[in-house]
Design a protein around this ligand. Structure first.
Ligand SMILES: Nc1ncnc2c1ncn2[C@@H]1O[C@H](COP(=O)(O)OP(=O)(O)OP(=O)(O)O)[C@@H](O)[C@H]1O
Ligand SMILES: O=c1[nH]c(=O)c2[nH+]cn([C@@H]3O[C@H](COP(=O)(O)O)[C@@H](O)[C@H]3O)c2[nH]1
Ligand SMILES: NC(=O)CC[C@H](N)C(=O)O
Ligand SMILES: [Mg+2]
Length: 530
């Protein structure tokens, strides 16, 4: 399989992950400061560290103690880059240990809000302590602490229980923070990180939507040349933004394929075709593949196996469509397949972590792809978070309604029908889901939730209708609030709204006898049920 994310020539920060709960937040804060960054696990190959082209490095926190036998060490290659390094919590402790300082288990563990007293000067902290002179409200979460700073480091801040809260080596531009600047509870944390990337690492703040668009369009032109590209278009945010980028870059060398896999929402196919005809000016072919998908899924109940089957069937359908397109363009084969893959798809399919992170679920467009893929992939959004993709969409002039649609996963109802997928179940679920969507729109809650849908549970329950017994299916409703889909809280919908939806579903769909509302957050649950 060939993977192709165009290389970025922007100023970039390398984040090394030692397993902190907050590592993702570091990446988000750095990007919010207008600087591109990527995060890799601590044991990333030295060659990749060298290739990355970092103008600065941030070492995350982590659960381990530097004294543990197999605790992660800092790869010497990071110091050999001769760029500024910021160590946060475990990152600071590991840096102290590396340079011969002393780290000890603390008698008093600090978890939560704390205030540091700034006693020295550094470009990172000067003038940001704010109203309370020389004091800064921070968020701590540690059991160990540095008790002796290594040679060359000055101690410039402390708390009563943590005498070395900040240590700096301004000559080398090495900084250690015992607290977490990436969490919002550290009030000036964003300013501090912004200073590190801009003032210390001297990165330009060029990670803005307009710049990203120009850069990506240029990269797409270089990658594709005069070849033909097929884009899997779902009508969702991500692939629509890819369509707009590709249209800008290569015009009519682009053909979009919209696949009706039989697992779409009610009337979804017609709506997508209409919106695209009205707004985009791109070629779109619609392929009706319901039978193909349902036949391939018959008899399979395992969520990962279902995802793999759906991923493979998508590719088979794309391959057939590619043959048709190439026949229409003088037999020139289509060499590129474009997809709206985004960063969370990659992270959760554990593709970014070289097999170290756990596979949570194989997103159909990443972990579900076959190994012998015959196309080169074009995935210009592969390193972006959802909210960044939306900003690009707005800057590209796509309609608000398209950009602020709730995401809909490619496997669609296939992962919302638990266990084996059957057309009968899909039809019931489509109706229930449509009722839920109508009521969310009507009440104004569609815009207030990030994603909402119904789930078909293969569970029967007894009800009573018109004095008769009804033994029928249970439908679950799910609605979540989230910015980046990496974590989510179940939406606190008004009871009246849930009541209206549940009454309508049970009254209008004879095959449903009960409705439940999912009150799980992510983690420990995930957004989709499979
Ligand atoms: N029905 C479909 N037909 C063609 N391609 C699809 C279809 N569903 C998904 N894909 C491909 O898989 C990719 C990933 O799907 P995903 O749902 O994550 O993204 P999206 O649909 O573009 O955006 P959103 O997350 O907002 O739904 C899509 O960007 C698209 O390339
Ligand atoms: O295109 C997709 N293909 C997939 O296989 C897939 N699985 C989950 N999702 C979407 O990803 C986000 C996070 O979902 P989870 O919390 O269930 O992992 C949510 O927005 C999910 O809808 C998918 N999107
Ligand atoms: N949050 C952290 O990085 C904690 C680091 C280390 N495990 C400690 O307890 O001190
Ligand atoms: Mg989608």
């Amino acid at each position: 399989m060939s993977n192709n994310t165009p290389a970025i020539k922007e100023d970039r920060i390398l984040i090394i992950d030692y397993g902190s709960q907050y590592s993702q937040l570091i990446a988000r804060r750095v990007r919010e400061a207008g600087v591109f960054c990527e995060m890799y696990p601590y044991d990333i190959d030295t060659s990749r560290i060298e290739e990355f082209g970092a103008k600065g490095v941030i070492l995350s926190g982590g659960p381990e103690s530097v004294h543990d036998e197999n605790s992660p060490k800092i790869n010497q290659a990071l110091f050999d880059l001769n760029v500024p390094i910021l160590g946060i919590c475990y990152g600071m402790q590991a840096m102290a240990d590396h340079f011969g300082g002393k780290v000890q288990a603390s008698d008093v563990q600090e978890f939560g809000a704390s205030t540091i007293e700034v006693t020295g000067s550094s470009v990172l902290l000067d003038g940001i302590a704010g109203e309370k002179e020389n004091r800064l409200d921070v968020w701590m979460s540690h059991g160990d602490k540095v008790v002796e700073a290594p040679e060359g480091f000055d101690v410039i801040a402390s708390t009563p229980s943590c005498p070395i809260a900040v240590m700096v080596n301004e000559d080398k531009k090495y900084y250690g923070l015992q607290f977490h600047p990436e969490v919002t509870h550290t009030l000036q944390g964003d300013v501090l990180l912004s200073r590190f990337v801009h003032q210390v690492c001297e990165c330009a703040g060029s990670w803005t939507p307009d710049n990203i668009i120009d850069m990506r369009v240029e990269q797409l032109k270089q990658q594709i040349g005069d070849k033909q590209v097929l884009l899997g278009l779902s009508g969702g945010v991500d692939s629509s933004v890819v369509a707009a980028l590709l249209h800008k870059a290569i015009g009519d060398q682009l053909t979009c394929v919209f696949v009706d896999n039989g697992l779409l929402r009610l009337h979804e196919g017609d709506q997508v075709m209409q919106v695209f005809a009205e707004n985009m000016g791109v070629k779109v072919i619609r392929v009706d593949a319901e039978d193909r998908f349902l036949t391939a899924l018959a008899g399979e109940a395992d969520p990962e196996a279902k995802r793999k089957i759906i991923g493979k069937t998508f590719i088979d359908v794309f391959a057939d469509a590619a043959r048709d397109v190439s026949q229409g363009s003088d037999g020139k084969p289509v060499e590129f397949l474009a997809q709206g893959t985004i960063y969370p798809d990659v992270i959760e399919s554990a593709k970014s972590h070289q097999g170290k992170a756990h596979v949570i679920k194989s997103h159909h467009n990443v972990g579900g792809l076959p190994d012998d893929l015959q196309f080169e992939l074009v995935e210009p959004l592969r390193d972006l978070f959802k909210d960044e993709v939306r900003k690009l969409g707005i800057a590209l002039g796509l309609p608000h309604k398209m950009i602020y649609r709730h995401p809909f996963p490619g496997p669609g109802l296939g992962v919302r029908i638990l266990g084996e997928v059957k057309k009968e179940y899909a039809d019931i679920l489509r109706q229930a889901d449509a009722i839920f969507m109508q009521e969310l729109e009507r009440s104004g809650w569609y815009e207030k939730t990030a994603q909402a849908f119904a789930v078909f549970t293969p569970v029967k329950s007894v009800g009573v209708v018109g004095d008769g017994r009804r033994y029928a299916w249970v439908i679950a409703l799910r609605a979540v609030e989230t910015i980046d889909f990496m974590t989510a809280r179940f939406a606190h919908l008004p009871y009246e709204l849930i009541e209206t939806v549940s009454n309508r579903i049970m009254n209008e769909i004879a095959e449903v006898s009960r409705v439940t509302y999912d009150v799980s957050s992510k983690p420990p649950a995930t957004i989709e049920w499979e």
